[in-house]
Write a protein that binds this ligand. Structure first.
Ligand SMILES: Nc1nc2c(ncn2[C@@H]2O[C@H](COP(=O)(O)OP(=O)(O)O)[C@@H](O)[C@H]2O)c(=O)[nH]1
Ligand SMILES: [Mg+2]
Length: 360
């Protein structure tokens, strides 16, 4: 399953515009067109310049980048945590996500009404986070009832969990997200709750064109730093318009921008939220980037490609991206003994190029 990032935010923040802009990214990363699973779900290639370098060295006939899934989650209204409006469905959608991209409106835009008058990043973020924190509070309360019974029954560890839940509940009651809860070191109690506000998040400042230095962005920046949340600044409408041009035209516009586009930064940042890493395979004609969680063993990485690769696993032949690039050819690397033989328990590293030997 792809790593999925839910786009959340107040109405008219630019969520759908951003989603549409992301659909254009497929055109920029050759050979992997953006594909829409449902109207609001799309698979987006992760831009990775290493693929172009490897392509030169290995001359594959096909290149397949890693992907992430973005989901445009509409339906937030005040009271969503109480099941108002589309509240319940909204919360259920968020629960399925691995991470969140929280779009915050930083464009004034006279014609586009703001649900609370005018944009105010701090208040706007808090409105969304409070709704999510309240929904989490419900979850914690339900768990507290169970644990109270376990404490009565004298179950081991129940008292400890009870204390943890009490502190967590008071934290959420103030509208703060679980991810900023100091006690979240208690992973074993926190994780099974699947709280919405424990999910990693990136803030997205949606600015009007050429307004990357507005006071609204400055306010959001301050908040992001306070909370240790990464921030990406982009102009969703401009990006969405670019997305409709041909890849060549897009390149021209982007070159004149001179920096990595906000959209690319967002995909990369979203990917990083997942504690994920990328390894490569070059089997037959295909060069491909794969996504795994950091700490994954070779045998589990093999299973990701095909369950038979794991079942009939013999060994992994591994070279790091840096070493391969330094030597400049796979044959050369082999001659120099730089292609390592690793067993099933080898922990895959970022940028490894792996050839799995198996007798499937
Ligand atoms: N002026 C301006 N309008 C924008 C910008 N981004 C989005 N919009 C407009 O704001 C309105 C709401 O955007 P939409 O993406 O539908 O918001 P959503 O409700 O969060 O999905 C649309 O009319 C967009 O064209 C922007 O950067 N500047
Ligand atoms: Mg929308």
């Amino acid at each position: 399953m792809a790593f999925s990032i839910g786009i959340v935010g107040l109405p008219n923040a630019g969520k759908t515009t951003l989603f549409n802009a992301l659909t254009g990214l497929g055109a920029l990363v050759a050979t992997y067109p953006f594909s829409t699973v449902e109207p609001n779900r799309g698979i987006v290639p992760v831009p990775d310049s290493r693929l172009q370098v490897l392509e030169k060295i290995l001359s594959p006939s096909r290149v397949v980048p890693a992907t992430v899934e973005f989901v445009d989650i509409a339906g937030l209204v005040e009271g969503a945590s109480q099941g108002e409006g589309l509240g319940n469905r909204f919360l259920a959608h968020i629960r399925e996500m691995d991470a969140l991209a929280h779009v915050v409106r930083c464009f004034e835009g006279g014609k586009v009404p703001h649900p609370y008058g005018a944009p105010d990043p701090r208040r706007d973020i808090e409105l969304v986070e409070v709704e999510l924190a309240l929904a989490d509070l419900e979850t914690v309360r339900r768990r507290q009832e169970k644990v109270a019974r376990a404490v009565k029954a004298g179950e081991r560890g129940a008292r400890e969990e009870q204390e943890f839940l009490e502190k967590l509940a008071s934290h959420l009651e103030t509208g703060k997200p679980a991810r900023s809860f100091a006690g979240s070191t208690e992973e074993r109690f926190l994780k099974p709750l699947f709280l919405l506000t424990a999910k990693p998040v990136v803030y997205v400042a949606n600015v009007g064109e050429d307004r990357k230095d507005s006071p609204l962005v400055a306010a959001l920046q301050e908040m992001a730093v306070e909370r240790g949340v990464p921030l990406v600044v982009l102009a969703a409408r401009w990006e969405a318009e670019l997305a409709e041009l041909s890849p060549e035209e897009q390149e021209l516009f982007r070159q004149s921008e001179g920096e990595e586009s906000g959209l690319v930064q967002l995909v990369k940042t979203g990917y990083r939220l997942g504690n994920l890493l990328t390894f490569f395979t070059a089997t037959g004609p295909e060069l491909r980037a794969w996504t795994i969680e950091a700490g994954t063993r070779a045998i589990d990485a093999a299973a990701k490609i095909h369950s038979d690769f794991a079942k009939y696993f013999i060994r992994a032949e591994v070279i790091s991206y840096e070493e391969l690039v330094r030597v400049g050819s796979l044959a050369g690397a082999r001659e120099q003994g730089l292609v390592r033989i690793e067993g099933r328990d080898y922990v895959v590293q970022e940028g490894d190029l792996i050839h799995f030997r198996h007798n499937a």
